[in-house]
Design a protein around this ligand. Structure first.
Ligand SMILES: NC(=O)c1ccc[n+]([C@@H]2O[C@H](COP(=O)([O-])OP(=O)(O)OC[C@H]3O[C@@H](n4cnc5c(N)ncnc54)[C@H](OP(=O)(O)O)[C@@H]3O)[C@@H](O)[C@H]2O)c1
Length: 183
């Protein structure tokens, strides 16, 4: 019950966007960020000078969002990275494209990966490999993307003062309703 109340009625935040430190030199990927929470996150990361990759499945939508964010951030531009989490065979290409782009952009590393994309799909929707769409996109796709990026995340960690990088999984309080899910 305590969990339920605190997740539905969270207290006032004790932290605000203004307190985000300068992120110059940080290379950050945000998945599913052409809209919703991910787009808000990208806006703030750009405003604090991070190099940001908008990993999204639809190039047209992503480019429109990049343009909108450019206007909101006095000219800062996120970089489009094609990512379709519903087809595991394409995710390696995403990782390879990211590595290529970091060379072109002359940035080093991957400091933060924010696994944000998600879809509330009907039960009969399945991924290209036949997994439940919601689980396939949120869990399996992100697991594989993270696994493929681990070498660059690990080598980047060696270069940071704290010897750390960060992988963030955007989740939901819904998992509190199913505490005993047995995979
Ligand atoms: N908003 C809430 O109240 C809430 C509550 C609980 C959990 N969450 C979680 O928070 C995260 C963000 O939520 P949101 O409200 O910002 O969601 P949203 O507005 O629906 O945005 C979801 C994003 O995920 C992308 N996406 C969906 N399927 C994809 C795929 N196969 N490959 C790549 N990207 C894909 C969507 O792309 P398209 O634009 O192309 O569809 C969109 O950019 C999600 O993981 C969601 O489950 C949100």
């Amino acid at each position: 019950m305590g969990h339920y109340i605190s997740h539905n009625l969270p207290p006032k935040p004790t932290w605000s966007f203004d307190q985000i430190p300068d992120l110059t030199g940080q290379v950050i990927i945000v998945t599913g960020s052409n809209t919703g929470i991910g787009k808000v996150v990208i806006e703030q990361l750009l405003k604090h000078n991070a190099k940001v990759y908008m990993a999204a499945r639809n190039q047209e939508k992503a480019e429109a969002a990049i343009k909108e964010l450019k206007e909101k951030t006095s000219g800062k531009e996120a970089i489009f990275l094609k990512l379709d989490l519903s087809d595991l065979t394409t995710i390696r290409l995403t990782m390879e494209e990211f590595l290529q782009l970091t060379i072109i952009q002359t940035q080093k590393g991957n400091h933060v990966l924010i696994n944000n994309a998600g879809v509330a799909a009907p039960i009969d929707h399945v991924t290209a490999q036949g997994f439940d769409m919601q689980f396939g996109v949120s869990t399996l796709g992100h697991f594989y993307l993270t696994k493929l990026l681990l070498p660059i995340l690990t080598s980047t960690a060696e270069t940071t003062p704290t010897k750390q990088v960060r992988v963030v999984h955007v989740s939901s309080y819904a998992h509190h309703f199913f505490p005993k899910l047995d995979f």
